[in-house]
Design a protein around this ligand. Structure first.
Ligand SMILES: Cc1cc2nc3c(=O)[nH]c(=O)nc-3n(C[C@H](O)[C@H](O)[C@H](O)COP(=O)(O)OP(=O)(O)OC[C@H]3O[C@@H](n4cnc5c(N)ncnc54)[C@H](O)[C@@H]3O)c2cc1C
Length: 494
């Protein structure tokens, strides 16, 4: 078997991998090789299917203006951008993970989030404003998420590729890493399968950015519980977990929630593997995240979660699992015209829905008992405290009263026809179980010692538990990959 040499080898071809490669080059690694398992036409991992919004710390409009300098000044002046502080971001991470997130890594992510996004911008990645709601002439965003990359995830990847190739990064498609050379004390390189050929790639350092195991049905069934093998995969079909397994075999320490995964409500008729983006990359056409402005019922016409618990960005990643746990693994988001008019600007809904002038007629169209849905809607409508002022831009406290399962905010009666139902299921985005790293992004072994020469970033790092504040994945990639690239380059140059 032939052997090649490089300074830094990177496993993966997603956004974490590109960021690590560019950082390694910027920090002095001469020969950087990226090994992407997917063929060129499918490169890029999960970002390819996302619009890639970023959650990061900012002090207010001026801080955001830095990275969208050309956005129309009049429109920008109408953006409502209160500061998203380190404290708020940290609290969000702690709250949604039920206090289980590694505090040191969370602090590191939060503290470096702003500078990592600015680094991306300075390196050549372009941003534009996120989805927003217009309320009385002002535009309201989900807290912490004001921008996504121009052209969505694919736009970001194409730009990263251009930047990486401009820095002479050696990007190899259809190159599957099959094994690590070395042991839990020191990694010396990897073995690569490319077409009919296997070869060794020796490296001064290896950065693992191979994603989660969510596209492997056997691993989903094994780790994520009953019928998780039936989940639809929202992103890349290439994230099949073999690198994660190889790392565990090597003696890497597991971290994160191994029975947990990011799973969201998506169109029940979405394809399995790679849900489509709108052409401009702005939005995924299968996402169904405006449930805060209606109610969701299962096939028995029962509500089963608090649709107004918080902004969707704090609840959507656990809602997919809740949907999958319902009879038949599907549910129906029910809206009236008031709710439909409040869908966020830019949120793309296909015409796959049912519409009717009465709730009973709508129930018949979606195959649930008309009397049961009428009863649920009537009970909900009478429980809405309409004397509390309604404001979809904030947590308005307009809750239901007297229901066993409340809707805690934005409780508006569903009474303006035509009514609409979107049938949803749960789609898996990425698995939460991964490997343990320190704030140098070195992979730790089961004795908490760094495995020399081995770094990790992205979904393969075990970080989240139970739930996830939306748009943290991309920021985590930038923060960890920037650091991993820097440290790997330094080690390789020693
Ligand atoms: C539909 C969708 C919408 C999303 N929206 C957002 C959002 O708006 N904001 C946000 O922050 N996050 C979002 N996410 C999550 C985010 O995209 C991921 O967290 C992030 O892309 C993970 O990056 P990664 O580089 O770690 O993994 P990936 O992008 O999944 O890349 C993993 C790479 O490893 C490669 N690979 C796997 N095995 C091997 C092997 N054996 N050898 C070589 N290469 C291998 C894969 O081919 C792939 O290129 C979304 C995800 C999806 C699917």
């Amino acid at each position: 078997m032939r052997t090649e040499n490089c300074d830094v080898a990177i496993i993966g071809g997603g956004s974490a991998a590109f960021e690590a490669a560019v950082s390694a080059r910027q920090n002095g690694a001469a020969r950087v090789v990226m090994l992407e398992k997917a063929p060129e036409e499918e490169f890029g991992g999960n970002a390819r299917y996302s619009h890639t919004g970023f959650r990061f710390v900012y002090s207010g409009p001026n801080d955001i203006r830095d990275i969208v300098p050309d956005w129309d000044a009049d429109e920008f002046s109408r953006f409502h951008i209160p500061a998203y502080t380190e404290e708020i971001f940290k609290n969000d991470l702690n709250r949604v993970t039920q206090g289980r997130i590694n505090s040191e890594l969370a602090d590191f992510l939060v503290r470096k989030s702003n500078s990592a996004v600015k680094w991306m911008f300075e390196t050549g990645i372009e941003f534009e404003p996120e989805k927003r709601r217009e309320i009385e002439g002002k535009f309201y965003f989900e807290p912490g998420i004001i921008v996504h990359t121009v052209g969505g995830g694919l736009g970001q990847l194409l730009r990263w590729r251009q930047i990486a190739l401009g820095l002479d990064v050696d990007l190899r498609y259809s190159s599957r890493v099959t094994k690590f050379n070395g042991d839990f004390r020191k990694i010396e390189g990897v073995c690569v399968a490319s077409g009919d050929e296997d070869y060794n790639l020796n490296a001064g350092a290896v950065i693992v950015c191979a994603g989660g195991f969510q596209a492997n049905a056997e691993m989903r069934a094994r780790y994520l519980g009953a019928n998780a093998d039936l989940m639809k995969v929202r992103g890349s079909k290439h994230n099949t977990g073999e690198i994660l397994r190889a790392l565990l075999d090597l003696g890497a320490k597991p971290a994160g929630h191994w029975q947990g995964a990011h799973a969201t409500p998506i169109d029940a008729y979405a394809p399995d593997g790679g849900t489509p983006l709108r052409q401009d990359g702005h939005s995924n056409t299968c996402n169904r995240y405006d449930y805060t402005q209606g109610i969701t019922v299962n096939n028995l016409a029962e509500r089963f979660y608090d649709e107004g618990e918080n902004n969707h960005s704090y609840t959507y990643a656990k809602t997919g699992r809740a949907v999958l746990a319902q009879p038949g693994g599907t549910a129906h988001q029910i809206y009236d015209q008031k709710g439909i008019n409040l869908f966020r600007l830019g949120a793309e809904y296909t015409d796959v829905y049912q519409e009717a002038n009465t709730i009973a007629e709508l129930a018949t169209k979606i195959g649930i008992l008309p009397a049961a849905l009428e009863a649920t809607v009537d009970e909900f409508n009478s429980a809405c405290q309409i004397d509390i002022p309604f404001n979809p831009g904030i947590l308005d406290g307009r809750s239901t009263v007297g229901l066993e399962l409340p809707k805690s905010n934005w409780a508006n009666p569903i009474d303006e026809p035509p009514f609409r139902a979107y049938t949803v299921t749960g789609g898996v985005t990425f698995s939460f179980g991964g490997v343990s790293i320190n704030t140098n992004c070195e992979v730790l072994d089961v004795a908490d010692q760094p495995i020399l020469g081995l770094y990790a970033s992205g979904d393969i790092v075990g970080l989240f538990f139970h739930n996830y504040p939306s748009c943290t994945g991309q920021t985590r990639n930038a923060v960890f990959s920037l650091e991993a690239g820097k440290n790997a380059a330094q080690l390789a140059n020693q």
